[in-house]
Design a protein around this ligand. Structure first.
Ligand code: SF4
Length: 204
C-alpha cells in the first residue's frame, strides 16, 4: 500500500469513528479561543476547560484582561503549568491586540505569530477553528500518528505538517486535525498500543 492509499484508509476510518469532531476547548469568541489554545500548551484540554471559565468570568476581552495584573491572572491559571510565562503572554498579547488590532484577533498567520506567546501551532489552530481557513495544526499526537502510519518521516513537526498537507485534501485539513487528535487520545497513545486490534494499523 502506498502513502496515498494509506492516507485514504486512515481518513475513511477516522470519518467512521469521529464523523463530527467538536472543538475540545470551551470558548465563546475568537479571543477566548486564542487564550484557551495558548493555555493548553503542555496541559490537558480537560484541565483547561476547568480553568478558563474562572478566568473568563473575570475577563473575556483584551480590555478587561489588562485590567487584571499578571499576578492575578497567574493565580487563576496556576494549575495549568508554566503559569508564570502563560500569564505574562496573556497580558502582553491582550495589550498588543488593543494597540495594534483594536482589540480584535487578527486573521493572518503573520499577525497571529507576531503576538506574544503565539507560535505556529497556536496560530494554525486559530486560522482553522476560528477563521475556517485551511490549516493543519500539528501537535504531539498528530506528529506521532503521522509517523506511525508511515505518512511522514516524523523528523520534525514542520515536516509532518508539510507531509500531511500533501497527502490529504485541503478541504478536509481542519476536520482531520481534530479527528486525529481524538483518535490518538482514544487509541494511539504514546505507550501501550495494540497493533492487531487497532482500527487503523490492523488494516495498513
Ligand atoms: S496500532 Fe493503532 S494505536 Fe498503534 S500506532 Fe497504529 S494506529 Fe496507533
Amino acid at each position: 500500500m502506498n502513502k496515498k492509499q494509506r492516507a485514504h484508509l486512515v481518513q475513511k476510518t477516522l470519518n467512521k469513528l469521529f464523523p463530527h469532531p467538536k472543538i475540545p476547548l470551551k470558548h465563546t469568541s475568537h479571543y477566548t479561543l486564542l487564550i484557551a489554545v495558548l493555555l493548553s500548551a503542555q496541559c490537558t484540554d480537560v484541565r483547561i476547560n476547568t480553568i478558563t471559565p474562572k478566568l473568563f468570568a473575570k475577563a473575556k476581552t483584551p480590555r478587561a484582561m489588562i485590567k487584571l495584573t499578571i499576578a492575578q491572572i497567574e493565580k487563576i491559571i496556576r494549575s495549568c503549568g508554566l503559569s508564570n510565562n502563560k500569564a505574562k503572554a496573556i497580558w502582553n498579547l491582550s495589550k498588543k491586540l488593543i494597540e495594534k488590532h483594536d482589540g480584535k484577533v487578527p486573521c493572518t498567520f503573520k499577525e497571529l505569530e507576531a503576538l506574544p506567546g503565539v507560535g505556529h501551532k497556536t496560530a494554525s489552530v486559530l486560522m482553522a477553528q476560528a477563521f475556517h481557513k485551511p490549516a493543519f495544526p500539528v501537535d504531539t499526537h498528530i506528529h506521532r500518528c503521522g509517523k506511525r502510519w508511515g505518512l511522514s518521516s516524523g523528523k520534525s513537526i514542520t515536516q509532518t505538517e508539510k507531509d500531511l498537507k500533501a497527502l490529504f485534501p485541503k478541504k478536509d485539513w481542519i476536520k482531520l486535525h481534530l479527528q486525529i487528535i481524538y483518535f490518538a487520545r482514544a487509541h494511539c497513545m504514546a505507550r501501550g498500543h495494540k497493533t492487531a486490534e487497532c482500527p487503523i494499523c490492523s488494516h495498513l
